[in-house]
Design a binder for this molecule. Structure first.
Ligand code: ATP
Ligand code: MG
Length: 761
């Protein structure tokens, strides 16, 4: 009398079923994209719970992102109902690490209320540590130290374990010393940085075997998704925890390892069998996600990598109307966005939902042209895994500079950048500016201009403010006399903003610099700074399409594990994809990681994959021609259709080994391309309309000046009068100049102050 097989198990293929039912002992599922690895994990959890092998709180399940954790919780809930609520150990490495650390904080010298530093705090603290050691912070920047220390932490290395010479020449070999000092400072502050979370867990488990034992007791079963992207610290953490009951199931795909640049090591897959002898290794070969054309294209591409464990994939998708992977070219990225926008609208007209479509980019700056285009078309979109282009920190900062230049009365913009990069203008000074501005009904920039003529602000701050105000004056003088894109570059350079990111050694800094370049590139489409800023105001007004039908835009990295009916893959150009930085920094390994990223991209598609490359990119107003990505040549002809956009495109042979000559894509006349769709016309109409509100902000400025003038002229004080000042105390007025008073203070000496900060005695 065998028990009836539960429905969810019956729906699996034999290998998947084996992976679900081999509950005890180590299991490694090594399988390609879309073979149901994540499905195996969720079903396995449901199975463990349904068969009573474990309570929800006895299962440790690790996902790569919080989004994936939510998704998994949701899917398990669908299978087993509300008891999924009790799964309080389902999350990312970090979220679980924090939870464990809080429970035993005192054992590693922390209080359970410890704070987790963000990157900014981390850098600030490192700066202090560097200075305290008497090291020149300019020569050996904190960001660089942060990259070193993060790297060590990813590899599970506490200071004493760092191999000699590993810090390179940083601070003349003092990097490890700084690492020690930094960790000591963290303890004093009762704080952790991100990398510490797992590192402190490791220390906890090693130094307190009783605690480790407690978790061995607790976690009856452990499950890990996206195992190929674990770093060494995560691996060691898993290994320690799994030593207890040895019921660990990891699923992964070496071909999808795309976080090498963040310390992930594919070798962890190979180590698994060594560290867990007798592990059952299961391979899943049937892909349930994609059509045979999509799978064929992806498999052929990834076969160009040498460092692979190797696997076969097949699909039984019965898809008579399966379409080949499409490869299309465009003149530039704007045209690419227009053409993809049209494709999306076509699909929508045919009844496809926007939710089933995604645009996957290599670098976040690529999102900009799509976002602009979709806003013009009124097409809903959402950006996944990060803010929308114009909402990114560096873009907002840059825009704030431009706004202060073009619209001096923009207080919020001024406040945003007055101390970015750091100029020693602190919160107190900013508050002072605000109070003063408000009390007089003038914009904060003007308040700043007035206050720097007084001693209300500390001498050092005053100099910094004065310099900044002078810069703004200089930039304003150029407004309308030089090209606005050129001015934008000057502003970002002279303000030190670009340099701030150039000095930054964190992993996302290069991407931010690219975004800034893209921002300037995008300005080229507009006549003036004002027209551009107006466009931005309209763009920013759109709210996020949270629960609406919307196209997803995201990077390839954040697309991991997801699937969509239709996937657009723009920007397949040498230098962008494969990305130049990856090639420069890690050569062949870098190239292979890029190729895995391409594989991840194509395999997100269920029915339609459409790859794009632009023949040209406009950089600083100059056209530069692009070479199509070598990955295009690595696609098999059998599964690919090259779409001819116009008669100007030469024939393109897919699969010609090493033969991706750009010339075949060259176009005689770029302007022959006529995408005169209604949408495009709408875009121009929108931009033309942009002039009006810009004029409004000018009016606001003028009003500001008027108020300032009318209040600025009279002062109700008289020479010789005794007054009280918040900061300087009592004094007698010696001179009056508009609203500025020279006061001989009884204690603080003679100072120039403004009348709104003193009161009559
Ligand atoms: P990736 O490597 O991209 O993370 P994966 O191996 O985790 O992919 P899943 O996301 O689990 O794959 O599954 C891919 C798709 O195939 C999903 O839509 C899933 O529901 C479906 N699927 C998986 N197994 C089966 C099955 N036995 N029968 C029907 N559909 C299945
Ligand atoms: Mg998956």
């Amino acid at each position: 009398g065998a028990k009836p097989i539960p429905d969810y198990v019956a729906r699996l293929n034999p290998e998947q079923r084996l992976a679900v039912e081999t509950t005890d002992g180590p299991v490694l599922v090594l399988a390609g994209a879309g073979t149901g690895k994540t499905r195996v994990l969720t079903t396995r959890i449901a199975h463990l719970l349904a068969t009573g092998k474990a309570h929800p709180s006895q299962i440790l399940a690790v996902t790569f992102t919080n989004k994936a954790a939510r998704e998994m919780r949701h899917r398990i809930g669908d299978l087993i109902g509300p008891s999924v609520e009790g799964m309080n150990w389902l999350g990312t490495f970090h979220s679980i690490g924090v939870k464990i650390l809080r429970r035993h904080a005192e054992l590693v010298g922390l209080k359970s209320s410890f704070t987790i530093l963000d990157t900014d705090d981390q850098i600030r603290l490192m700066k202090q540590v560097i200075q305290a050691e008497g090291i020149d912070e300019k020569r050996w920047p904190a960001k660089q130290l942060a990259a070193l220390i993060d790297g060590w932490k990813n590899r599970g290395l506490v200071p004493k374990d760092v191999p000699p010479g590993d810090g390179g020449s940083f601070a003349n070999g003092k990097a490890v010393k700084l690492y020690i000092a930094y960790q000591e400072r963290l303890k004093v502050l009762n704080a952790c940085d991100f990398g510490d979370l797992l590192l402190e867990n490791l220390r906890l488990f090693r130094e307190h075997p009783d605690v480790l034992k407690e978790y061995h007791q607790r976690f009856h079963y452990m499950l890990v998704d996206e195992y190929q992207d674990t770093n060494v610290a995560q691996y060691l953490w898993l290994r320690l925890l799994a030593q207890g009951r040895r019921n660990i199931c990891c699923v992964g795909d070496d071909d999808q390892s795309i976080y090498g640049w963040r310390g992930a090591e594919v070798d962890n897959i190979l180590r698994f069998e060594k560290d867990f002898p007798g592990a059952v290794v299961i391979r899943l070969e049937r892909n349930y996600r994609s059509t045979s054309h999509i799978l064929g294209a992806a498999s052929h591409l990834i076969a160009h990598n040498q460092g692979r464990l190797g696997k076969t994939l097949f699909t039984e998708a019965n898809d008579p109307d399966s379409v080949k992977v499409q490869v299309s070219s465009s003149w530039d990225s704007e045209e690419e966005a227009r053409a993809i926008g049209e494709k999306i609208e076509d699909l929508q007209r045919q009844g496809h939902r926007l939710n089933d479509m995604a645009i996957l980019v290599r670098a976040s700056f690529q999102m900009r042209s799509f976002e602009d285009r979709f806003i013009t078309l009124g097409l809903n979109y959402r950006v996944i895994g990060g803010p929308r282009f114009y909402e990114r920190q560096e873009i907002r900062d840059a825009l704030a500079y431009f706004r202060v230049v073009a619209q001096p009365a923009d207080d919020l913009a001024f406040e945003r950048i007055v101390n970015t990069p750091r100029r020693g203008i602190g919160d107190t000074s900013i508050k002072l500016l605000y109070d003063y501005g408000r009390s007089r009904g003038i914009p904060i920039t003007q308040a700043a201009e007035e206050l720097v003529q007084t001693e209300e602000v500390k001498a050092k701050t005053r100099t910094a403010l004065r310099d900044l105000m002078a810069s703004f004056e200089r930039w304003r003088g150029k407004l309308g006399t030089i090209k606005h894109t050129e001015l934008a570059e000057i502003i970002l350079d002279e303000s030190g903003y670009t340099e701030m990111w150039q000095q930054d050694r964190s992993a996302d800094a290069p991407g931010r610099l690219e975004n800034l370049k893209e921002l300037i590139r995008s300005m080229d489409e507009f006549e003036s700074m004002e027209g551009f800023l107006e466009h931005i105001a309209l763009v920013m007004d759109k709210d996020n399409a949270e629960n609406q039908d919307a196209v997803s835009i995201m990077t390839l990295h954040s697309a991991k594990g997801l699937e969509f009916e239709t996937v657009f893959l723009p920007g397949w150009e040498e230098g962008l994809f494969p990305h130049q930085r990856a090639l420069d920094e890690s050569g062949r390994a870098g190239l292979e990681e890029e190729r895995r990223l391409a594989y991840v991209g194509i395999t997100r598609a269920k029915k339609r994959a459409s790859i794009w490359f632009a023949s040209n990119r406009r950089i600083h107003g100059l056209w530069q021609s692009n070479v199509p990505s070598r990955f295009l040549d690595e696609l098999p002809e059998k599964h690919v259709d090259v779409v001819e956009q116009t008669s100007n495109y030469g024939g393109y042979n897919v699969g010609g080994v090493g033969n991706y000559g750009a010339s075949r894509f060259d176009r005689a006349d770029p302007f022959q391309n006529t995408y005169s769709t209604p949408g495009w016309q709408r875009a121009q109409a929108n931009r033309a309309a942009g002039a009006k509100p810009a004029a409004k902000s000018n009016t606001r400025l003028i009003e500001g000046e008027l108020i300032a003038k009318s209040t600025g002229s009279k002062s109700d004080y008289a020479i010789g009068e005794r007054v009280f000042h918040q900061k300087f105390g009592y004094g007698h007025i010696e001179d009056i100049e508009g609203n500025k008073l020279t006061v001989a203070f009884e204690k603080a000496g003679t100072k120039k102050v403004v009348d709104s900060f003193v009161s009559k005695n």
